[in-house]
Design a binder for this molecule. Structure first.
Ligand code: JFZ
Length: 406
């Protein structure tokens, strides 16, 4: 689970009755309200949100429980987005939830505790480049007054590195999720600056994972793909795609384009079958609660995962070509039976399903969540099977094949 939550969750895409002008990423409202005009909401005006920030519905345990019940195994929470506002009690900058808002609670601390209690890994999104609050922080490329090298060093030395250090020492996170994009970040995120950031993390917590949106692939642990952008094949390296429920990352009150469950499940299955993780985002409201449409989908995903989780967790892409009718994953561990999982996207098809190139005959095969065996046939081109009659094909059925070994 990815969480975008901050000051911007209050206006939620609308500022004094005006809908923001650009791509409906509500967390961008300060810089995109007046799009295509450049003028951002002035800092003093944006900062009136500080006094309003009082998400009385925020309940870290409830958030963590919803992630867990949906079958998720880690939570990555935005602790500082581009507006520069920190969701923990930072000693480095007073521009934070404890020191600058009436809410006064350390949201990061509560979430870390809640996640650990439920056995979820915890990661932090930290906007290391864009920071619209602090001198020297990165600004959108259309902003005329870009910080010079000296200003950037000042930001790097007095805000970015110290806050990352503080987060590591306070919370020992499992993962850092940094964010940068395009050509425009390249002169800012020099190798020297990135070396220092990566070295800092490694020196305090060597097994803390780092994503590639830090600004390069050397020295990082996994690739984060572009938003909502799912690779059409196995990338051969660990990867993750982050996706939204609707259009915006943070809560947007006019965003009603909710993805249907079938699409969310196919993103999850596509990702697993191509060697990646799916990080699904929630944008809680300014009151700190999940929207009903998000809760409903999380519960539906959880219901599917309860039956089919074994086909997703700790699996790898199968070594056969991807069938047109669905997807494949496999699980192979020495000394234990091996499993191949076939996800069926078109369960009502009349054609038999063929796994091309699979030659080993499985010991058994069944539809997960049922006691219905699946008839298998060996053909010249691979193993062929049909779904049993009357199998309740709600959502995406999965056939599990068990082998002595693979
Ligand atoms: C960034 C942020 O600007 C956005 O607000 C959100 O936090 C998202 C997860 O990350 O947006 C991006 C970053 C990179 C790309 C697209 C949007 N990209 O590389 O295509």
């Amino acid at each position: 689970m990815f969480i975008h939550f901050g000051l911007y969750s209050i206006p939620a895409g609308v500022w004094k009755g005006k809908r923001m002008g650009r791509n409906d990423y509500a967390e961008w409202i300060r810089y995109q309200l007046n799009w295509p005009d450049v003028n951002p909401i002035p800092k003093e005006e944006y900062d009136t949100l500080l006094a309003e920030f009082n998400p009385t519905g925020f309940d870290a345990e409830a958030w963590a429980q919803m992630a867990k019940d949906a079958g998720m195994r880690y939570m990555v929470v935005v602790l500082k987005h581009h507006d520069g506002f920190a969701l923990w009690n930072s000693q480095v900058s007073d521009y934070n939830v404890v020191k600058a808002t009436p809410f006064k609670r350390d949201i990061a601390a509560e979430l870390v505790t809640a996640c650990r209690k439920l056995g979820l890994k915890i990661g932090f999104y930290y906007s290391h480049w864009q920071d619209w609050e602090f001198p020297g922080g990165g600004l959108p490329k259309w902003e005329a007054h870009q910080p010079d090298d000296k200003a950037v060093d000042y930001y790097w030395d007095t805000k970015c590195l110290p806050q990352v250090k503080e987060l590591l020492e306070k919370f020992s996170p499992d993962l850092f999720w940094f964010d940068s994009w395009g050509e425009e970040c390249k002169t800012y995120l020099t190798n020297d600056r990135l070396d220092r950031l990566i070295r800092l993390i490694r020196s305090i917590k060597s097994d803390c994972l780092i994503n590639s949106r830090i600004g390069r692939v050397e020295g990082v642990d996994f690739i984060s793909n572009d938003d909502n952008s799912f690779p059409d094949q196995n990338l051969g390296v660990p990867w993750e795609t982050s996706g939204t429920f609707n259009e915006s990352w943070s809560y947007h009150r006019l965003d009603t384009k909710w993805k249907p469950l079938a699409q969310l499940l196919s993103h999850l299955i596509d990702s697993a079958s191509r060697g990646g993780n799916y990080q699904l985002n929630v944008g809680p409201t300014g009151e700190g609660v999940f929207q009903p449409a998000a809760i409903e989908r999380l519960q539906q995903i959880g219901k599917w995962m309860q039956v089919h989780g074994a086909a997703i967790y700790e699996t790898r892409p199968a070594p056969y070509s991807e069938p047109r009718w669905g997807r494949l994953t496999q699980k192979k561990n020495p000394g234990t039976p091996a499993f191949l999982y076939a996800f069926i996207y078109e369960p009502s098809s009349d054609e038999p399903f063929l796994i091309e190139g699979m030659n080993d005959m499985p010991k058994r095969a069944w539809v997960m969540g049922t006691d219905k065996g699946v008839a298998i046939q060996k053909t010249d081109s691979g193993i062929q099977f049909r779904l049993p009659d009357k199998v309740s094909v709600d959502r995406v059925p999965v056939v599990c094949f068990e082998f002595e070994s693979l």
